[in-house]
Design a protein around this ligand. Structure first.
Ligand code: MN
Length: 336
């Protein structure tokens, strides 16, 4: 079997200061993210203890785990919700420190790690400047935004400086899940639905559809948005989005929703190791718009590797999924 370079594109990292402040701000907080972060930082849950330890680690556990399963590179990003639940100034300062740290990790292990910049969308102008610093001075590979910020979405005009900065630099914005915003959260607060089982996808899929329908891809034609988890449901809904968009009213946008998905978006396989869905997504959004991911340490390397190794595709296509598309979209140097 061909040995492909394996670049995993949605891999989480945390700093002690982020985890400590998440514990503090979610203690008396009614957001849908709060129960998860109280559980994660309680110290009493075995799953949470393992994940918290692995989030904070680079050299002692992560690199050996990558080696054990033939994973060449992690594209790192500060774990969701990043700094987006923190007070504006605190968040911006922590974002800059985190980006310095990520750049240092990438410098120490240039073939093993790439990284997406942390930003504080709470201050859009400062976030735009940080995108510029992180992607030019520090050489990071794109931007991570963990869905809503204080219940607001990136299509809001106040956030356009962020979209403009990323588009101007040709760097993608990866929209990673977090729990639903306050306006949609209530029905998700039972049965554990707010988290990865359904709420994350509902929240982040909504974010993607909002971006399409708001027209920001007409305003910023070079903007690239990356969605994890096989596109957070959007590929499945593409036919109906296209049908309903033109049903009974003249198109307001220059392209159909499906055309924006293929021109301005990319998806990853993070945490969704199902060959039938991958096959469908290749038809829906195209082989050039899909990247492999693990979602470490929330999910494990072996099942993601086994899934992609077993997919029946020509080597040229599998090479795109495993590394070629990530090299192109995130500006990662190909192996020579
Ligand atoms: Mn993730």
């Amino acid at each position: 079997m061909t040995r492909f370079r394996r670049i995993a594109t949605e891999e989480a990292f945390a700093t002690p200061e982020q985890l400590a402040l998440l514990s503090e701000v979610t203690r008396n907080d009614d957001s849908a993210d709060a129960p998860f972060w109280q559980m994660m930082t309680s110290g009493t849950n075995p799953f949470a203890n393992r994940v918290a330890r692995q989030l904070a680690d680079i050299e002692s556990e992560r690199l050996p785990a990558m080696d054990a399963f033939g994973v060449d590179m992690h594209v790192l990003a500060l774990t969701s919700p990043g700094v987006q639940m923190f007070e504006t100034g605190v968040a911006a300062d922590m974002a800059a420190r985190t980006n310095d740290l990520l750049a240092d990790i990438c410098k120490r292990h240039p073939t093993r790690f790439a990284a997406l910049a942390t930003i504080a969308p709470q201050d859009p102008a400062a976030a735009a400047r940080e995108i510029e610093r992180a992607c030019t001075t520090l050489g990071l590979n794109g931007v991570m935004v963990n869905s809503h910020t204080n219940d607001e979405y990136l299509d809001d005009a106040k956030f356009w400086p962020i979209l403009e900065a990323a588009a101007a630099l040709g760097k993608p914005i990866y929209i990673h899940p977090r729990a639903p915003s306050r306006g949609m959260a209530a029905p998700y607060m039972q049965y554990g639905l707010a988290n990865a089982i359904w709420g994350y996808g509902a929240e982040t899929g909504l974010h993607g559809v909002r971006l399409i329908m708001s027209g920001v891809f007409d305003r910023f034609p070079n903007l690239r948005i990356v969605l994890g988890h096989m596109g957070e449901g959007l590929p499945f809904w593409q036919w109906r989005l296209d049908y309903m968009y033109t049903n009974g009213s003249a198109p307001r946008l220059s392209l159909t929703p499906g055309e924006y998905m293929r021109r301005n978006m990319a998806i990853t396989t993070s945490g969704m190791n199902w060959d039938k869905v991958l096959g469908f997504c290749i038809d829906a959004v195209g082989i050039d718009n899909i990247m492999w991911a693990v979602d470490y340490p929330y999910q494990e390397h072996p099942s993601a590797v086994d899934f992609m190794d077993a997919v029946e595709l020509p080597d040229a296509d599998k090479a795109k999924l495993y590394h070629g598309n990530a090299e192109r979209i995130f500006g990662i140097a190909p192996l020579t």
